[in-house]
Design a protein around this ligand. Structure first.
Ligand code: PLP
Length: 354
């Protein structure tokens, strides 16, 4: 039988959350508990009838909607089948054997996979109290460093990096090092940030920003992400994307969802209110919960054993969360924020453990 290439044989299959049991609620993948915008559902229905045709290979309507809403240049936007596709193509474009990608200790797991697929080294720099330590990242730079990959806000920590820290980090990185800012949860942070923020950094040609429709917009199943960077970077990355990568239905849904900012803003506000209430309940139980700037919370139980006990009790009550041993945080569970009644069920189960 044919053998895979050695680096492929050495890859572990990518681990998503455990499959969901019958009747269980998933709080394991940070999906939105709000339905997609009604405008997105209508647009998706209309696009179904066009499915005999290939989609727009340039995602023009979606790029225009993104540019309009975020006050960006549509020519600097690239769309992917989820931001995962964009992360994989970005790594494959810029790193290979002998190169290093620096990330923080509790970085997004898929970034490590994309780097391994590209046969480069993924090096994780310690965090300070579950916060990205930009000074430690600068100290870890070597001549082999090609990319610094940061999630802001972070997954699985939920914590945000100060904009001033990111701007400082960029000044400390050599120009040949690409800074990638994965803002999958950016919409949950946007209300606290000055407009424009980090997209402006991309004009230097050494920074790329990633966003997704999977979280705040409730379109995880549609698989749409976007990347903002200078055109020379986009040209290279695009060569590694599949042509016609985003289906016509997904483009139509994402475009309508992007243009329905009121709906997205309300979903985000509801999620933040439910999250903050849930965090108060957890802290009242004496649990450690870092301040989250996302639609999930990392809950620390003090030991692996107590986290496992909580996981089992929650599963027994029909709730699946994400265990964190694979991230080196075995004492924690990552819990997606859902509607207040679901979160009350979770805090009731955790209270009963005490
Ligand atoms: C959920 C998530 C993504 C989004 O991936 P998609 O492929 O767009 O669904 C990207 N980065 C991080 C850190 C995430 O948590």
């Amino acid at each position: 039988m044919i053998a895979p290439r050695p680096h492929v044989a050495a890859l572990a299959p990518y681990a998503l959350a455990d499959p969901l049991g019958e009747g269980m609620v998933s709080l394991a993948q940070n999906e939105s508990y709000c339905a997609p915008s009604p405008a997105a559902l209508r647009a998706g229905q209309d696009a179904l009838a066009q499915n005999a045709l290939y989609p727009d290979p340039d995602w023009q309507a979606l790029r225009d909607a993104i540019a309009q809403v975020h006050r960006l240049d549509a020519a600097h936007v690239l769309c992917g089948a989820g931001s995962m596709e964009l992360i994989a193509a970005l790594m494959a474009s810029f790193v290979g054997p002998g190169d290093t990608v620096l990330a923080s200790a509790y970085s997004y797991a898929f970034a490590a996979t994309a780097v391994a697929q590209a046969q480069a080294h993924f090096v994780q720099v310690p965090e300070l109290d579950l916060q990205v330590d930009v000074r430690a990242i600068v100290e870890a730079l070597t001549p082999q460093t090609k990319v610094v990959f940061l999630c802001n806000p972070g997954n699985p920590t939920g914590t945000a990096i100060a904009t001033s820290d990111i701007l400082w980090l960029r000044t400390q990185l050599p120009d040949r090092v690409l800074l990638v800012l994965d803002q999958a949860y950016g919409e949950f942070l946007d209300p606290q940030q000055p407009p424009g923020d980090l997209f402006d950094l991309t004009t230097l040609g050494n920074t790329a920003v990633l966003r997704t429709m999977s979280k705040a917009y409730g379109l995880a199943g549609a698989r749409v992400g976007w990347l903002y960077a200078a055109p020379p970077l986009l040209e290279s990355i695009r060569k590694l994307l599949l042509p016609n990568n985003v289906t016509a239905v997904s483009q139509a849904m994402a475009t309508a969802a992007m243009l329905d900012q009121d709906y997205m803003g309300r979903s985000v506000a509801q999620t933040i209110a439910s999250r903050d209430h849930f965090c108060q309940d957890l802290r009242a139980l004496g649990l450690q919960v870092p301040v989250s700037a996302t639609n999930f919370v990392l809950v620390r139980f003090g030991s692996l054993q107590r986290a496992q006990q909580a996981d089992q009790a929650l599963r027994a009550h029909g709730v699946m969360t994400r265990t964190m041993a694979g991230y080196g945080l075995g004492d924690a569970l990552r819990i997606t924020v859902a509607a207040p009644d679901v979160m009350r069920r979770v805090s009731d189960v955790l209270r009963s453990l005490k």
